[in-house]
Design a protein around this ligand. Structure first.
Ligand SMILES: Cc1cc2nc3c(=O)[nH]c(=O)nc-3n(C[C@H](O)[C@H](O)[C@H](O)COP(=O)(O)O)c2cc1C
Length: 415
């Protein structure tokens, strides 16, 4: 059996936004062809020029040369090779841009549909020395609250089969410090930064949104509603349709910024909640946040995490994320951005098929910070090999021709 690669020894180093956390041995993702990403088969640059060290138009690029018709080694969603020779268009001609706020004046246009997920990429600057952050579709920064938060007691992370549990507890310096320290930097960046906003009351959320409104460098808000609503006995906003709608509507009134609202998977039926959030004025939905879980310390027989509960992320949650995106995409007309266990092009393509127009990479970044940009390049190559000028034709191919009638039954399966 192969040894797991440690996140601290594999790939380039980044400054951890969680200094002092235990080191996890998350496995580096493998690409569709079964190879370790970053080895042959790796990408062109965004502009379609070959990556350094690879002669233009020659060598095993990992994707079809077009036009010209070399057989394409790129495989489809079903794992089968894309038929070649491939008529098509050059990678450079593929336009991966997406608008995450098409109903908002000016929209929120990203150069590509691969974002980095909140809590896994700090404020963007931590990874500046290891990846070209400007090539990302967008950055969702760490959850930001009105006041600074120290986070939960340790231990706060542990590895699990196919993923990890975290209970960071929204450690952050507070919105004023975020605006002061990071926004001036972001304002000079090409990549848009979405501030992930959290709170314990509607007033909290509104207070953060008001402060962010109009700040240069802040491109939009991603509302993390998987937070206890103190006024309602600690019930999370995200699991209560009315509370989810109320906080969305209040933030909508407080700012003109593009507003993405992030769903929790910890609900019986996501569809009424998604619809209520759309009706309340969200520009887009992002899904999913982590699943609630716990781990036991086998030495003591007690809960392992200092906070007892943690959020499960990583490949283990992908089928859940896919199901939720699939259900939400059928009942809303605003863009859906998928998150949950994405580390390979296959994963991203599956989410596009389920109805997402963009994806976020989270936990996979801890094993390999280059995953998001590799996905951009691989998606571009995949589209080029299929003669697609954009990834948008790949969106929603798994959805039923006629959406099923929304029901309150929740997960539609019988064990
Ligand atoms: C260490 C860690 C911290 C996170 N912090 C936040 C956060 O502050 N706000 C938020 O909305 N989601 C947060 N998340 C959830 C991720 O953004 C993402 O929704 C989730 O991890 C699922 O994606 P993944 O399986 O690709 O990691 C965090 C996840 C991890 C692993």
């Amino acid at each position: 059996m192969k040894r797991r690669r440690s996140i601290v020894t594999s790939g380039p180093r980044a400054r951890s936004p969680y200094a002092g956390e235990p080191r996890l041995g998350l496995r580096a993702p493998r690409n569709r062809a079964g190879g370790v990403p970053g080895t042959p088969g790796a990408p062109e640059t965004t502009a379609g020029t070959p990556a350094p060290g690879r002669a233009a138009g020659s060598g095993p690029s990992g994707y079809a040369r077009v036009p010209g018709g070399a057989p394409s080694p790129v495989t489809g969603s079903n794992g089968m090779p894309v038929a070649g020779p491939v008529p098509g268009i050059a990678g450079a001609a593929v336009d991966l841009s997406v608008d995450l706020a098409p109903k908002r004046p000016g929209g929120l246009v990203l150069q590509n549909p691969v974002l980095v997920a909140s809590g896994t990429f700090g404020y963007g600057i931590e990874y500046g020395e290891v990846v070209d952050v400007q090539r990302l579709g967008a950055i969702c920064c760490k959850g930001t609250t009105l006041k600074p938060r120290a986070g939960n007691p340790p231990p706060r992370v542990t590895e699990t089969p196919g993923g990890m549990l975290n209970s960071i507890g929204l450690q952050n310096p507070g919105v004023d410090a975020v605006i002061e320290r990071y926004a001036p930097l972001w304002a000079g960046w090409q990549v848009p930064v979405l501030v992930n906003v959290a709170g314990e009351s509607i007033d909290d959320y509104v207070g953060v949104a008001q402060r962010l409104d109009g700040v240069p460098g802040v491109a939009g808000i991603e509302l993390n509603i998987s937070c206890p609503n103190v006024g309602k006995g600690g019930l999370q906003f995200a699991v209560d349709r009315d509370a989810a709608a109320a906080v969305t509507a209040a933030v909508r009134r407080a700012t003109d910024l593009p507003l993405l609202v992030k769903l929790s998977p910890n609900v019986t039926d996501i569809r009424p909640i998604a619809r209520a959030i759309e009706d309340a004025g969200a520009d887009a939905i992002t899904a999913i946040n982590t699943l609630s879980g716990i781990a036991i310390d086998r030495g003591t027989g007690r809960p392992l995490l200092g906070n007892v509960y943690g959020g499960l992320s990583g490949p283990a949650i992908r089928p859940v994320g896919l199901r939720i995106v699939y259900e939400v995409a059928q009942v809303v007309s605003i863009p859906v951005v998928a998150i949950g266990g994405i580390s390979t092009l296959d994963d991203a393509l599956d989410y596009l098929a389920a109805g997402a127009i963009a994806v976020q990479v989270g936990t996979a970044i801890f094993a390999d910070p280059e995953v998001p940009l590799r996905l951009v390049d691989e998606l571009r190559a995949y589209c080029a090999a299929r003669g697609l000028s954009s990834h948008l034709p790949l969106v929603g191919t798994a959805l039923p021709a006629r959406p099923g009638r929304p029901s309150a039954k929740g997960v539609e399966y019988r064990p």
